[in-house]
Ligand binder design. Sequence first.
Ligand SMILES: Cc1cc2nc3c(=O)[nH]c(=O)nc-3n(C[C@H](O)[C@H](O)[C@H](O)COP(=O)(O)OP(=O)(O)OC[C@H]3O[C@@H](n4cnc5c(N)ncnc54)[C@H](O)[C@@H]3O)c2cc1C
Ligand code: SF4
Length: 437
Amino acid sequence: MINKPSPHALQELLPPLTVNEAITESARCIMCFDAPCTHACPTHIDIPKFIKKISTGNLLGSARTILESNLLGATCARVCPVQELCEGACVLGSEHKPIAIGRLQRHAMDNLKGNKIDIFHPANSTGKKVAVVGAGPAGLSCAGELAKLGHSVTLYEKRELGGGLSTYGIIVLREPIEVALTEVAMIQRLGVRIEIGKEIGIDPTVADLQENFHAVFIAIGLGHTRALEIPGEEYVLDGLEYIERSKLEPSQLRVGRNVIVIGAGNTAIDCATLARRLGAERVTMIYRRTEKEMTAYPHEYDFVKREGVTFRFLVQPTKVHHENGGVKALECVRMTLGDPDCSGRPFPKPVPGATMLLRADQIVKAIGQNKTSLISTLNLKTEGGFIHINSDFETSSPGIFAGGDCIRARGSASTVMAVQDGKLAARSIHQRLVNHG
Ligand SMILES: Cc1cc2nc3c(=O)[nH]c(=O)nc-3n(C[C@H](O)[C@H](O)[C@H](O)COP(=O)(O)OP(=O)(O)OC[C@H]3O[C@@H](n4cnc5c(N)ncnc54)[C@H](O)[C@@H]3O)c2cc1C
Ligand code: SF4
């Protein structure tokens, strides 16, 4: 095991733009009318407008334009899959390089942080009280937007730190923890009261919140990593905990020399990247389907291959071999693809007798998260285990709204989508409180 990683191993992947680089890059933008990048951004930031302001040196105005549409602009600038969203829609991308929208957004937001400036201030009170459950991107966005409108917001968070997966789950290479915590502090300065270490469910329950608040917004994300249900699973590390430790206690993270990561989604890619960056000599990702069915973004797949991670497709783990408390190998079976299942992807089936033993001294699983158990206790209409909402983000129980990963029954979950849910839900809640008292 390697337990003294280099302090430089987990630095942010992309360095910040210098002032000159930002001005040069912003000058490339052709300021499209009805810009496709703005349509492609889930929060519809007026991208040409914020870029124009960078080109004229108005960084404060640029940050204001970003924050008007997206209160978590600093996080999104770092974690958005821009190739699939704003930059993927840039008209310059067809013949030249697309504008580096994410890095320009980060430039404007970092300037704000460096100068400790608040763009928005608490509004006059409307006398209405809203409870928000979960201080991840969806909850923070909803709470901040409601506070901007003068509502009194209490945000309940079960962990010790706010920020949700931006704080605990997104690797430092993409987003240092301080960026998420700075956003939490900004939401607090808007007047939102955050009750940390308060898990909603038993005391108080959501019903208690309903009695004491005019509206409730639920943004509890997803639950723990799914179980593999194979012998020896107790020797397999949980990918989310692996990442969390790398963020909160990097000196305590022990990385194997020969690591297997089970799964082929974005979380699995992050775990494999961490292992490589922290010194693992060999990192192999194994997946029971093929390259074509992987859920990771294509640019992430290319990235992790460049990091030196190798892949084994059509392989399913069946047993962990261990000795003296340590992992020795992962027994697997070869798979073949059958007819499509309910996800629309071909269903993998084991090839009888085609077993293999893959040597490893550390195994990490990243095979997706379960829904949180709170959902099943709420008596709300659900869809595939996710909370069902209408077009106003209201659940089957009037006055209870929901957003973020806990409602995302279809499509891939992302921070920027959660931020947009929070913003739209806040607008619906505001309308309800203003029109119906
Ligand atoms: C490893 C990993 C990497 C990712 N990387 C990216 C990326 O690079 N780019 C990207 O766009 N997206 C990424 N995502 C997805 C993104 O992080 C999520 O879509 C986003 O965080 C969802 O926001 P949320 O507010 O719905 O949920 P979360 O961020 O999960 O926040 C939910 C919050 O609710 C709290 N909570 C839960 N239950 C209760 C309760 N009963 N009482 C009180 N509080 C409660 C939780 O502690 C948590 O703070 C990644 C996800 C993972 C797992
Ligand atoms: S929020 Fe994300 S998708 Fe929208 S402009 Fe910024 S980086 Fe692009």
